[in-house]
Design a binder for this molecule. Structure first.
Ligand code: SF4
Length: 418
């Protein structure tokens, strides 16, 4: 699940650019895929959206294409333009973005990166119109590309890029700043078969906990930010090495704000101590990445949690002070070969523990182990047409889980009649 709100590999490039010098940052003008900005303002805010076009566009756009053109026309000609991409099936918006950029900045090289560019590389090379399509998270190679294009030396023989070296996203360039997101790590030590994170982010790495505290302090003191969303894929892993020192230090320094975890948390790490700490530290939105109560499916998809661990964590969270309504539990629907009955059982199981089930639809992601199974099961051509990855069409629908089943399920869960 966490993949849906994952940090984009390409976004890191923008942070890296800004971590060099202002001249380098200025030399590399970054635009952001406007369909992300227009429809999902929080998505990917861990990095790129902060760089240039995103902040300039603002919110509430009625005609995003026109506004995007206007904003681009108001800036000077850049040396190159980086465009990131989100979900694979959003590529039409991305292509339109590139088309608009081309109209305004002819002959300026466009580099495309991000999720779609990584997962559908051949498609992107063939159809996107970008000059360079960048796959994956190899920032050093990307720096080399930028160096070549800009004639600006960005690399030394000892160049090494660490998560700790990344600068803060430039959220302050937003016309209005009510909340921010934060990313304290990259990747995840698990390898769930449906998840893109292991492909996108490579090795699991984290920032120094005290640097995270400094970052939170910066936003809460300088910009009076009261709400911060953690977008990590694995925020709670080995809590004594990361989240616990962060939260203790925040408390020690009296830094208070509301925290949210829209990305699913790792359930098995939530023992009594951590549940108490989350509650005391004002974690307001708790989302647990459970996905299914079916034990066979749990093991087959990667074994990140079992039912007993889930029961324990909900118990600990409630004991700490959370209400059932505050404990949102993600349940994945539409996995290849999944029966509607399995989802109903999972929902019932979550409710029995006194938590709130939230269904999320599976989107097949090329390169993941589950994609092969999805291709076999799906009546759509998932291999050649990324539009069919769109979770809303239930790409892996079959007799055991039809689109009608899915619609009924959604209505029932909304009405709590399930
Ligand atoms: S636990 Fe699994 S689903 Fe969550 S981020 Fe890690 S690999 Fe992805």
């Amino acid at each position: 699940m966490e993949v849906f709100i994952n940090v984009f590999a390409f976004n890191l490039f923008i942070l890296l650019m800004q971590s060099y010098s202002t001249s380098v940052a200025a030399a590399v003008t970054i635009t952001f895929n406007y369909d992300l900005v227009a429809f999902i303002p929080m998505l990917g805010v861990g990095a790129a959206v902060t760089a240039l076009a995103g902040q300039r566009m603002g919110a509430g756009d009625i005609k995003p294409e026109e506004q995007f053109s206007e904003k681009l026309s108001s800036i000077g000609k850049p040396d190159m333009i980086g465009v990131t991409s989100g979900m694979t099936y959003w590529y039409p918006g991305l292509f339109k973005t590139i088309e608009i950029i081309r109209e305004i900045f002819q002959n300026v090289p466009i580099i495309l990166g991000g999720n779609y560019a990584t997962f559908c590389y051949d498609h992107a090379v063939k159809y996107s119109g970008a000059d360079i399509v960048f796959k994956g998270r190899d920032e050093l190679r990307l720096l080399q590309v930028i160096s070549e294009l800009s004639n600006f030396e960005l690399l030394t023989p000892n160049s090494e890029l660490r998560t700790d070296d990344l600068t803060y996203p430039a959220f302050d360039l937003y016309p209005q700043l009510d909340y921010i997101s934060i990313l304290t790590s990259r990747g995840c030590p698990f390898h769930c078969s449906y998840c893109a994170t292991p492909i996108l982010t490579g090795e699991f790495s984290r920032k120094d906990p005290f640097k995270v505290v400094e970052e939170i302090k910066y936003w809460t003191t300088r910009y009076s930010i009261q709400n911060i969303a953690f977008y990590d894929d694995a925020l709670l892993i080995k809590p004594s090495e990361h989240i616990i020192p962060i939260l203790r230090e925040l408390m020690r320094r009296g830094i208070r704000c509301n925290f949210h975890t829209p990305n699913g948390l790792h359930i098995r790490e939530i023992d009594r101590q951590l549940a108490d700490l989350l509650f005391q530290s004002q974690f307001k939105t708790i989302r647990l990445g459970f996905e299914t109560s079916n034990q066979v499916a749990q093991i087959e998809t990667g074994g990140k949690v079992d039912n007993q661990e889930f029961k324990n964590s909900v118990k600990n969270l409630k004991r700490a002070g959370y209400s059932g309504e505050e404990i949102g539990v993600y349940i994945m629907v539409g996995l290849p070969g999944q029966r509607v009955g399995e989802v109903k059982e999972s929902i019932a199981f979550v409710r029995e523990q006194g938590a709130k089930p939230i269904i999320v639809e599976y989107s097949p992601i090329p390169g993941t182990p589950m994609f092969e199974k999805a291709k076999q099961m799906s009546k759509f051509n998932l291999e050649d047409e990324p539009l069919f990855h769109n979770n809303s069409i239930l790409p892996c629908q079959w007799d055991g889980f039809t689109l009608a089943d899915f619609k009924r399920l959604k209505e029932n869960i909304r009405d709590e009649t399930l």
